[in-house]
Design a protein around this ligand. Structure first.
Ligand code: UDP
Length: 491
Protein backbone atom coordinates (compact mmCIF):
# COMPACT_ATOMS: atom_id res chain seq x y z
CA UNK A 1 0.00 0.00 0.00
CA UNK A 2 1.09 3.57 -0.63
CA UNK A 3 1.37 5.52 2.61
CA UNK A 4 0.38 9.16 2.71
CA UNK A 5 3.36 11.32 3.69
CA UNK A 6 3.51 12.42 7.33
CA UNK A 7 1.79 15.78 7.87
CA UNK A 8 4.20 18.65 7.53
CA UNK A 9 4.36 21.83 9.58
CA UNK A 10 6.35 24.96 8.84
CA UNK A 11 7.66 26.98 11.79
CA UNK A 12 9.05 30.48 11.31
CA UNK A 13 11.46 31.75 13.97
CA UNK A 14 12.85 35.22 14.51
CA UNK A 15 16.53 35.54 15.39
CA UNK A 16 17.80 35.14 18.97
CA UNK A 17 18.32 32.14 21.24
CA UNK A 18 15.11 32.87 23.16
CA UNK A 19 13.19 32.28 19.92
CA UNK A 20 15.22 29.68 18.03
CA UNK A 21 15.53 27.37 21.03
CA UNK A 22 11.83 26.92 21.82
CA UNK A 23 10.90 26.66 18.14
CA UNK A 24 13.53 23.93 17.66
CA UNK A 25 12.21 22.14 20.75
CA UNK A 26 8.64 22.39 19.56
CA UNK A 27 9.43 21.10 16.07
CA UNK A 28 11.40 18.20 17.54
CA UNK A 29 8.50 17.38 19.81
CA UNK A 30 5.95 17.50 16.99
CA UNK A 31 8.14 15.11 15.04
CA UNK A 32 9.04 12.72 17.84
CA UNK A 33 5.69 12.48 19.62
CA UNK A 34 3.16 13.25 16.93
CA UNK A 35 4.60 11.94 13.68
CA UNK A 36 5.00 15.27 11.91
CA UNK A 37 7.74 16.31 9.60
CA UNK A 38 8.74 19.94 9.92
CA UNK A 39 10.60 22.77 8.29
CA UNK A 40 12.03 25.46 10.54
CA UNK A 41 12.35 28.72 8.63
CA UNK A 42 15.00 31.14 9.88
CA UNK A 43 16.23 34.58 8.91
CA UNK A 44 19.77 35.16 7.74
CA UNK A 45 19.77 38.78 8.90
CA UNK A 46 20.60 39.26 12.58
CA UNK A 47 21.35 35.56 13.11
CA UNK A 48 24.44 34.35 14.88
CA UNK A 49 25.90 30.84 14.84
CA UNK A 50 25.68 30.68 18.64
CA UNK A 51 21.96 31.45 18.70
CA UNK A 52 21.34 29.02 15.86
CA UNK A 53 23.24 26.17 17.51
CA UNK A 54 20.03 24.30 18.52
CA UNK A 55 19.41 23.84 14.79
CA UNK A 56 22.53 21.68 14.48
CA UNK A 57 21.07 18.75 16.39
CA UNK A 58 17.59 18.37 14.93
CA UNK A 59 16.17 14.95 14.07
CA UNK A 60 16.31 14.06 10.36
CA UNK A 61 12.60 14.72 9.79
CA UNK A 62 13.05 18.38 10.82
CA UNK A 63 14.81 20.46 8.20
CA UNK A 64 15.89 24.08 8.19
CA UNK A 65 15.41 26.67 5.46
CA UNK A 66 16.97 30.11 5.80
CA UNK A 67 15.31 33.05 4.09
CA UNK A 68 17.90 35.05 2.15
CA UNK A 69 19.49 38.13 3.61
CA UNK A 70 17.77 41.40 2.77
CA UNK A 71 19.38 44.85 2.85
CA UNK A 72 18.84 46.91 5.98
CA UNK A 73 21.36 49.64 5.31
CA UNK A 74 18.63 52.25 4.92
CA UNK A 75 17.75 51.90 8.62
CA UNK A 76 19.41 54.36 10.98
CA UNK A 77 22.30 52.91 12.94
CA UNK A 78 20.38 53.35 16.19
CA UNK A 79 17.15 51.72 14.96
CA UNK A 80 15.43 49.67 17.68
CA UNK A 81 16.24 45.99 17.42
CA UNK A 82 12.53 45.28 16.84
CA UNK A 83 12.44 47.80 14.01
CA UNK A 84 15.21 45.73 12.44
CA UNK A 85 13.46 42.45 13.03
CA UNK A 86 10.06 43.67 11.78
CA UNK A 87 11.75 45.18 8.73
CA UNK A 88 13.42 41.85 7.98
CA UNK A 89 10.10 40.03 8.45
CA UNK A 90 8.34 42.39 6.03
CA UNK A 91 11.07 42.44 3.42
CA UNK A 92 11.41 38.67 3.28
CA UNK A 93 7.68 38.02 2.80
CA UNK A 94 8.08 37.38 -0.96
CA UNK A 95 10.75 34.75 -0.22
CA UNK A 96 8.53 33.17 2.40
CA UNK A 97 5.67 33.09 -0.08
CA UNK A 98 7.88 31.27 -2.62
CA UNK A 99 9.02 28.79 0.00
CA UNK A 100 5.50 28.03 1.21
CA UNK A 101 4.28 27.66 -2.38
CA UNK A 102 7.01 25.16 -3.19
CA UNK A 103 6.28 23.20 -0.02
CA UNK A 104 2.56 23.23 -0.83
CA UNK A 105 3.39 21.81 -4.26
CA UNK A 106 5.57 19.06 -2.76
CA UNK A 107 4.12 15.68 -1.67
CA UNK A 108 4.31 16.65 2.00
CA UNK A 109 2.14 19.76 1.61
CA UNK A 110 1.76 22.11 4.57
CA UNK A 111 -0.66 21.10 7.32
CA UNK A 112 -0.03 24.25 9.34
CA UNK A 113 2.13 27.34 9.41
CA UNK A 114 3.40 28.58 12.77
CA UNK A 115 5.19 31.83 13.41
CA UNK A 116 6.87 32.90 16.60
CA UNK A 117 5.80 35.97 18.53
CA UNK A 118 7.69 38.50 16.41
CA UNK A 119 6.65 37.45 12.90
CA UNK A 120 2.83 37.52 12.77
CA UNK A 121 3.06 39.73 9.65
CA UNK A 122 3.90 36.43 7.93
CA UNK A 123 0.45 35.07 8.80
CA UNK A 124 -0.91 37.18 5.91
CA UNK A 125 1.04 35.03 3.46
CA UNK A 126 -0.34 31.84 4.99
CA UNK A 127 -3.84 33.26 4.80
CA UNK A 128 -3.33 34.15 1.16
CA UNK A 129 -2.21 30.56 0.49
CA UNK A 130 -5.07 29.18 2.58
CA UNK A 131 -2.80 27.44 5.05
CA UNK A 132 -3.95 27.08 8.69
CA UNK A 133 -1.88 29.53 10.69
CA UNK A 134 -0.90 29.84 14.32
CA UNK A 135 1.27 31.97 16.55
CA UNK A 136 3.67 29.94 18.69
CA UNK A 137 3.92 32.51 21.45
CA UNK A 138 6.95 31.93 23.65
CA UNK A 139 6.28 34.49 26.32
CA UNK A 140 3.64 35.01 28.98
CA UNK A 141 -0.03 35.17 28.08
CA UNK A 142 -0.25 38.48 29.98
CA UNK A 143 2.34 39.93 27.61
CA UNK A 144 0.33 38.69 24.60
CA UNK A 145 -2.78 40.30 26.05
CA UNK A 146 -0.88 43.55 26.52
CA UNK A 147 0.36 43.43 22.93
CA UNK A 148 -3.15 42.75 21.64
CA UNK A 149 -4.13 45.89 23.55
CA UNK A 150 -1.49 48.09 21.85
CA UNK A 151 -3.73 49.19 18.93
CA UNK A 152 -6.37 50.30 21.43
CA UNK A 153 -3.76 52.03 23.57
CA UNK A 154 -2.55 53.94 20.51
CA UNK A 155 -6.10 54.86 19.49
CA UNK A 156 -7.52 55.88 22.82
CA UNK A 157 -4.63 57.69 24.49
CA UNK A 158 -2.35 60.51 23.45
CA UNK A 159 0.26 60.67 26.19
CA UNK A 160 3.27 58.41 26.57
CA UNK A 161 1.92 55.35 28.33
CA UNK A 162 4.24 55.78 31.32
CA UNK A 163 2.25 58.90 32.17
CA UNK A 164 -1.11 57.13 32.19
CA UNK A 165 -2.74 58.16 35.45
CA UNK A 166 -4.14 54.71 36.22
CA UNK A 167 -2.77 51.21 35.74
CA UNK A 168 -4.08 49.36 32.70
CA UNK A 169 -6.44 46.58 33.75
CA UNK A 170 -6.66 43.90 31.07
CA UNK A 171 -8.96 40.87 31.31
CA UNK A 172 -7.71 38.40 33.92
CA UNK A 173 -4.40 40.23 34.26
CA UNK A 174 -2.52 41.77 37.12
CA UNK A 175 -2.87 45.59 36.70
CA UNK A 176 0.01 46.99 34.67
CA UNK A 177 1.38 50.48 35.15
CA UNK A 178 1.95 52.23 31.84
CA UNK A 179 5.69 52.17 32.54
CA UNK A 180 5.52 48.37 32.83
CA UNK A 181 3.98 47.82 29.40
CA UNK A 182 6.37 46.33 26.87
CA UNK A 183 9.38 48.57 26.36
CA UNK A 184 8.95 49.29 22.61
CA UNK A 185 5.56 50.98 23.16
CA UNK A 186 7.08 53.40 25.64
CA UNK A 187 8.01 56.02 23.06
CA UNK A 188 5.39 57.14 20.55
CA UNK A 189 7.87 59.00 18.38
CA UNK A 190 10.10 55.96 17.86
CA UNK A 191 9.49 54.33 14.45
CA UNK A 192 9.04 51.03 16.30
CA UNK A 193 5.77 52.29 17.83
CA UNK A 194 3.55 51.96 14.72
CA UNK A 195 5.20 48.58 14.06
CA UNK A 196 4.09 47.46 17.53
CA UNK A 197 0.55 48.55 16.68
CA UNK A 198 0.78 46.46 13.49
CA UNK A 199 2.02 43.53 15.57
CA UNK A 200 -1.09 43.70 17.75
CA UNK A 201 -3.30 43.78 14.64
CA UNK A 202 -1.42 41.03 12.79
CA UNK A 203 -1.78 38.59 15.70
CA UNK A 204 -5.49 38.50 14.91
CA UNK A 205 -4.74 36.88 11.56
CA UNK A 206 -4.00 33.69 13.49
CA UNK A 207 -6.34 30.72 13.77
CA UNK A 208 -5.00 30.20 17.28
CA UNK A 209 -2.31 31.03 19.80
CA UNK A 210 -0.09 28.25 21.08
CA UNK A 211 1.25 29.79 24.25
CA UNK A 212 4.12 28.58 26.38
CA UNK A 213 2.35 28.96 29.69
CA UNK A 214 0.44 26.84 32.19
CA UNK A 215 -2.36 27.16 34.63
CA UNK A 216 -0.34 27.59 37.84
CA UNK A 217 1.43 30.60 36.31
CA UNK A 218 -1.48 32.36 34.62
CA UNK A 219 -4.78 30.86 35.75
CA UNK A 220 -6.95 33.99 35.72
CA UNK A 221 -5.52 35.24 32.46
CA UNK A 222 -6.16 31.90 30.78
CA UNK A 223 -9.74 31.77 32.04
CA UNK A 224 -10.44 35.33 30.87
CA UNK A 225 -8.79 34.76 27.51
CA UNK A 226 -10.79 31.60 26.88
CA UNK A 227 -14.00 33.49 27.58
CA UNK A 228 -13.03 36.16 25.07
CA UNK A 229 -12.12 33.47 22.52
CA UNK A 230 -15.46 31.77 23.03
CA UNK A 231 -17.11 35.11 22.24
CA UNK A 232 -15.06 35.38 19.05
CA UNK A 233 -13.05 38.38 20.23
CA UNK A 234 -9.76 36.49 20.06
CA UNK A 235 -8.58 33.31 18.37
CA UNK A 236 -8.45 30.33 20.74
CA UNK A 237 -5.50 29.87 23.10
CA UNK A 238 -3.73 26.55 23.65
CA UNK A 239 -1.63 26.55 26.85
CA UNK A 240 1.13 24.09 26.00
CA UNK A 241 3.61 25.10 28.67
CA UNK A 242 5.85 24.83 30.45
CA UNK A 243 7.61 23.99 27.26
CA UNK A 244 11.25 23.95 28.32
CA UNK A 245 14.36 21.94 27.76
CA UNK A 246 14.97 19.05 30.09
CA UNK A 247 18.23 18.59 31.94
CA UNK A 248 20.88 17.26 29.60
CA UNK A 249 21.78 13.63 30.27
CA UNK A 250 25.21 14.16 28.77
CA UNK A 251 27.42 14.06 31.85
CA UNK A 252 30.50 13.71 29.65
CA UNK A 253 30.66 17.37 28.76
CA UNK A 254 29.74 18.74 32.16
CA UNK A 255 30.37 22.48 32.33
CA UNK A 256 32.95 23.48 34.93
CA UNK A 257 30.36 25.61 36.74
CA UNK A 258 28.30 22.48 37.43
CA UNK A 259 31.33 20.84 38.98
CA UNK A 260 31.72 23.98 41.12
CA UNK A 261 28.04 23.73 42.13
CA UNK A 262 28.63 20.11 43.18
CA UNK A 263 30.91 21.44 45.93
CA UNK A 264 28.38 23.94 47.32
CA UNK A 265 25.83 23.32 50.08
CA UNK A 266 22.21 22.70 49.13
CA UNK A 267 20.18 25.79 48.28
CA UNK A 268 23.11 28.13 48.95
CA UNK A 269 23.88 29.62 45.55
CA UNK A 270 22.23 32.61 43.88
CA UNK A 271 22.33 32.16 40.11
CA UNK A 272 22.63 35.50 38.28
CA UNK A 273 21.90 35.75 34.58
CA UNK A 274 20.30 38.20 32.17
CA UNK A 275 19.49 35.75 29.40
CA UNK A 276 21.20 35.36 26.09
CA UNK A 277 21.50 39.05 25.31
CA UNK A 278 20.96 41.20 28.39
CA UNK A 279 23.74 43.69 29.04
CA UNK A 280 24.32 46.02 31.96
CA UNK A 281 26.08 49.36 31.88
CA UNK A 282 29.66 49.57 33.17
CA UNK A 283 28.43 51.32 36.28
CA UNK A 284 25.64 48.79 36.88
CA UNK A 285 28.05 45.90 36.38
CA UNK A 286 30.30 47.38 39.08
CA UNK A 287 27.36 47.92 41.46
CA UNK A 288 26.04 44.40 40.91
CA UNK A 289 29.49 42.97 41.57
CA UNK A 290 29.92 45.02 44.75
CA UNK A 291 26.39 44.12 45.87
CA UNK A 292 26.92 40.39 45.38
CA UNK A 293 30.17 40.62 47.28
CA UNK A 294 28.54 42.57 50.13
CA UNK A 295 25.61 40.16 50.33
CA UNK A 296 27.93 37.41 51.53
CA UNK A 297 25.81 34.96 49.56
CA UNK A 298 27.29 32.39 47.24
CA UNK A 299 26.68 33.26 43.61
CA UNK A 300 27.12 31.96 40.09
CA UNK A 301 27.07 34.90 37.68
CA UNK A 302 27.00 34.64 33.90
CA UNK A 303 28.78 37.84 32.91
CA UNK A 304 28.17 39.56 29.58
CA UNK A 305 30.13 42.42 28.07
CA UNK A 306 28.83 45.66 29.52
CA UNK A 307 27.21 48.22 27.27
CA UNK A 308 26.42 51.79 28.19
CA UNK A 309 24.14 52.19 25.18
CA UNK A 310 21.85 49.22 24.98
CA UNK A 311 20.41 46.78 27.51
CA UNK A 312 20.01 44.20 24.74
CA UNK A 313 23.50 44.69 23.31
CA UNK A 314 24.47 41.06 23.86
CA UNK A 315 22.03 39.84 21.21
CA UNK A 316 23.26 41.08 17.91
CA UNK A 317 26.57 41.81 16.39
CA UNK A 318 28.36 43.35 19.30
CA UNK A 319 30.49 40.39 20.32
CA UNK A 320 32.79 41.08 17.35
CA UNK A 321 33.55 44.44 18.96
CA UNK A 322 34.98 42.52 21.88
CA UNK A 323 36.85 39.85 19.91
CA UNK A 324 39.67 38.40 21.95
CA UNK A 325 38.39 40.11 25.07
CA UNK A 326 37.07 38.50 28.21
CA UNK A 327 33.88 39.88 29.75
CA UNK A 328 35.30 39.09 33.19
CA UNK A 329 37.97 41.71 32.53
CA UNK A 330 35.24 44.35 32.91
CA UNK A 331 34.51 43.32 36.51
CA UNK A 332 35.90 45.54 39.27
CA UNK A 333 39.59 45.07 40.04
CA UNK A 334 40.21 42.12 42.33
CA UNK A 335 36.53 41.05 42.37
CA UNK A 336 37.13 37.57 40.97
CA UNK A 337 40.00 36.93 43.39
CA UNK A 338 38.20 38.31 46.44
CA UNK A 339 35.07 36.27 45.80
CA UNK A 340 36.82 33.08 44.76
CA UNK A 341 35.68 31.32 47.93
CA UNK A 342 32.03 32.26 47.58
CA UNK A 343 31.30 33.01 43.97
CA UNK A 344 31.94 32.01 40.42
CA UNK A 345 31.79 34.35 37.43
CA UNK A 346 31.31 32.58 34.09
CA UNK A 347 31.81 34.37 30.80
CA UNK A 348 28.87 34.73 28.37
CA UNK A 349 26.99 31.43 28.59
CA UNK A 350 26.21 28.69 31.08
CA UNK A 351 23.93 25.62 30.99
CA UNK A 352 20.97 27.29 32.66
CA UNK A 353 18.49 24.42 32.90
CA UNK A 354 21.13 22.20 34.51
CA UNK A 355 22.07 25.03 36.87
CA UNK A 356 18.50 25.77 37.95
CA UNK A 357 17.89 22.09 38.64
CA UNK A 358 21.11 21.69 40.62
CA UNK A 359 20.39 21.19 44.34
CA UNK A 360 22.98 23.85 45.30
CA UNK A 361 20.98 26.60 43.60
CA UNK A 362 18.55 28.40 45.90
CA UNK A 363 17.67 31.55 43.98
CA UNK A 364 17.79 33.19 40.58
CA UNK A 365 18.43 36.85 39.88
CA UNK A 366 16.85 37.00 36.44
CA UNK A 367 16.00 39.47 33.70
CA UNK A 368 12.64 37.66 33.48
CA UNK A 369 12.90 36.55 29.90
CA UNK A 370 9.97 34.14 29.76
CA UNK A 371 12.04 31.03 29.13
CA UNK A 372 14.10 31.86 32.19
CA UNK A 373 10.98 32.47 34.26
CA UNK A 374 9.48 29.13 33.19
CA UNK A 375 12.71 27.25 33.76
CA UNK A 376 12.96 28.76 37.23
CA UNK A 377 9.32 27.97 37.96
CA UNK A 378 9.63 24.37 36.77
CA UNK A 379 12.71 23.94 38.96
CA UNK A 380 10.96 25.51 41.97
CA UNK A 381 13.61 28.23 42.28
CA UNK A 382 12.45 31.64 43.57
CA UNK A 383 13.65 34.75 41.79
CA UNK A 384 14.71 38.33 42.13
CA UNK A 385 13.24 40.01 39.04
CA UNK A 386 15.53 42.44 37.28
CA UNK A 387 13.82 43.23 33.97
CA UNK A 388 15.83 45.02 31.29
CA UNK A 389 13.85 45.42 28.06
CA UNK A 390 11.19 43.97 25.73
CA UNK A 391 8.30 42.41 27.69
CA UNK A 392 10.46 41.52 30.68
CA UNK A 393 8.84 44.13 32.90
CA UNK A 394 5.40 42.63 32.21
CA UNK A 395 6.79 39.22 33.17
CA UNK A 396 8.37 40.75 36.28
CA UNK A 397 5.03 42.21 37.36
CA UNK A 398 3.42 38.81 36.87
CA UNK A 399 6.00 36.67 38.67
CA UNK A 400 6.25 39.11 41.56
CA UNK A 401 2.48 39.57 41.93
CA UNK A 402 0.59 38.16 44.89
CA UNK A 403 -0.98 35.58 42.61
CA UNK A 404 2.29 34.00 41.55
CA UNK A 405 4.68 35.29 44.20
CA UNK A 406 7.73 33.64 42.70
CA UNK A 407 9.90 36.72 42.65
CA UNK A 408 10.95 39.70 44.70
CA UNK A 409 10.58 42.90 42.73
CA UNK A 410 9.41 46.42 43.18
CA UNK A 411 9.06 48.86 40.35
CA UNK A 412 11.79 51.46 40.61
CA UNK A 413 10.40 54.63 42.21
CA UNK A 414 11.46 56.53 39.10
CA UNK A 415 8.38 55.48 37.15
CA UNK A 416 9.61 57.28 34.08
CA UNK A 417 12.50 54.92 33.65
CA UNK A 418 11.67 52.65 30.79
CA UNK A 419 14.32 50.01 30.64
CA UNK A 420 16.54 50.91 33.54
CA UNK A 421 18.61 53.12 31.26
CA UNK A 422 20.32 55.66 33.41
CA UNK A 423 18.82 54.16 36.58
CA UNK A 424 21.47 52.30 38.50
CA UNK A 425 20.47 49.85 41.21
CA UNK A 426 23.00 50.63 43.94
CA UNK A 427 25.16 47.96 45.59
CA UNK A 428 23.31 48.24 48.89
CA UNK A 429 20.01 47.39 47.24
CA UNK A 430 21.57 44.48 45.35
CA UNK A 431 23.03 43.09 48.58
CA UNK A 432 19.72 43.47 50.42
CA UNK A 433 17.72 41.78 47.66
CA UNK A 434 20.21 38.94 47.38
CA UNK A 435 20.12 38.35 51.15
CA UNK A 436 16.34 38.66 51.32
CA UNK A 437 15.89 36.08 48.58
CA UNK A 438 18.42 33.62 49.93
CA UNK A 439 17.94 33.89 53.69
CA UNK A 440 15.13 36.40 54.37
CA UNK A 441 11.42 36.00 55.17
CA UNK A 442 10.17 37.21 51.81
CA UNK A 443 12.60 34.84 50.12
CA UNK A 444 11.24 31.97 52.20
CA UNK A 445 7.70 32.83 51.11
CA UNK A 446 8.77 33.04 47.47
CA UNK A 447 10.52 29.66 47.86
CA UNK A 448 7.33 28.11 49.20
CA UNK A 449 5.34 29.59 46.35
CA UNK A 450 7.98 28.43 43.86
CA UNK A 451 7.52 24.90 45.19
CA UNK A 452 3.78 25.16 44.55
CA UNK A 453 4.32 26.49 41.05
CA UNK A 454 6.78 23.65 40.39
CA UNK A 455 4.06 21.20 41.45
CA UNK A 456 1.73 23.02 39.05
CA UNK A 457 4.30 22.62 36.29
CA UNK A 458 4.59 18.90 37.04
CA UNK A 459 0.82 18.58 36.90
CA UNK A 460 0.75 20.42 33.57
CA UNK A 461 3.36 18.02 32.20
CA UNK A 462 1.87 14.80 33.58
CA UNK A 463 0.92 12.09 31.08
CA UNK A 464 -2.55 12.94 29.80
CA UNK A 465 -2.31 16.30 31.59
CA UNK A 466 -3.14 19.80 30.37
CA UNK A 467 -0.08 20.20 28.16
CA UNK A 468 -0.80 16.99 26.26
CA UNK A 469 -4.48 17.83 25.97
CA UNK A 470 -3.82 21.35 24.65
CA UNK A 471 -1.32 20.01 22.14
CA UNK A 472 -3.68 17.25 21.06
CA UNK A 473 -6.49 19.77 20.60
CA UNK A 474 -4.49 21.98 18.26
CA UNK A 475 -2.77 19.12 16.43
CA UNK A 476 -6.07 17.45 15.67
CA UNK A 477 -6.95 20.56 13.70
CA UNK A 478 -3.82 20.24 11.58
CA UNK A 479 -4.37 16.61 10.84
CA UNK A 480 -7.84 17.37 9.53
CA UNK A 481 -7.70 21.05 8.67
CA UNK A 482 -10.88 22.97 8.13
CA UNK A 483 -10.25 26.28 6.45
CA UNK A 484 -12.10 29.35 7.51
CA UNK A 485 -11.81 32.64 5.77
CA UNK A 486 -13.50 34.79 8.34
CA UNK A 487 -10.72 36.17 10.45
CA UNK A 488 -10.94 37.74 13.80
CA UNK A 489 -11.07 41.46 13.33
CA UNK A 490 -9.77 44.04 15.75
CA UNK A 491 -12.65 45.06 17.94
N1 UDP B 1 20.33 30.42 28.35
C1 UDP B 1 21.28 29.51 28.76
N2 UDP B 1 22.47 29.99 29.22
C2 UDP B 1 22.75 31.31 29.31
C3 UDP B 1 21.77 32.24 28.91
C4 UDP B 1 20.57 31.76 28.44
O1 UDP B 1 21.08 28.29 28.70
O2 UDP B 1 23.85 31.65 29.74
C5 UDP B 1 19.04 29.92 27.84
C6 UDP B 1 18.01 29.95 28.94
O3 UDP B 1 18.00 28.72 29.63
C7 UDP B 1 16.72 30.20 28.16
C8 UDP B 1 17.17 31.02 26.97
O4 UDP B 1 18.57 30.78 26.82
O5 UDP B 1 16.17 28.98 27.71
C9 UDP B 1 16.96 32.51 27.18
O6 UDP B 1 15.62 32.81 26.98
P1 UDP B 1 14.87 33.91 27.82
O7 UDP B 1 13.49 33.98 27.29
O8 UDP B 1 14.99 33.67 29.27
O9 UDP B 1 15.67 35.24 27.58
P2 UDP B 1 16.26 35.95 26.28
O10 UDP B 1 17.60 35.37 26.09
O11 UDP B 1 15.31 35.70 25.15
O12 UDP B 1 16.30 37.39 26.71
Amino acid sequence: PVHAPAPHVVLLTSPGAGHVLPVAEFATRLAADHGFTATIVTYTNLSSPAHNSPLASLPPCVSVAALPEVPLDDLPADAHVLTRIFTVVNRTLPHLRDLLRSLLDSPSGVAAFLTDMLCPAALAVARELRVPRYVFYTSSLISLVSLLYTPELARTTTCECRYLPEPVVLPGCVPLHGADLVEPVQNRSDPVYPLMVDLGINYLLADGFIVNTFDAMEHETLVAFKELSDRGVYPPVYAVGPFIRSVSADAGCKHSCLRWLDEQPEGSVLYVSFGSGGSLSMEQTAELAAGLEASEQKFLWVVHFPSDKDRSAGYFGTSADHAGNDPLSYLPDGFVERTSGTGLAVPLWAPQVEILNHPAVGGFLSHCGWNSALESAAAGVPMVAWPLFAEQRVNAVLVSSDRVGLALWERPSSATSVDNDGVVVPRGEVAELARELMVGKKGALARKKAGQVRDGAEMALAPGGPQRRALAAVISKWKAPVMTDDNHQPH
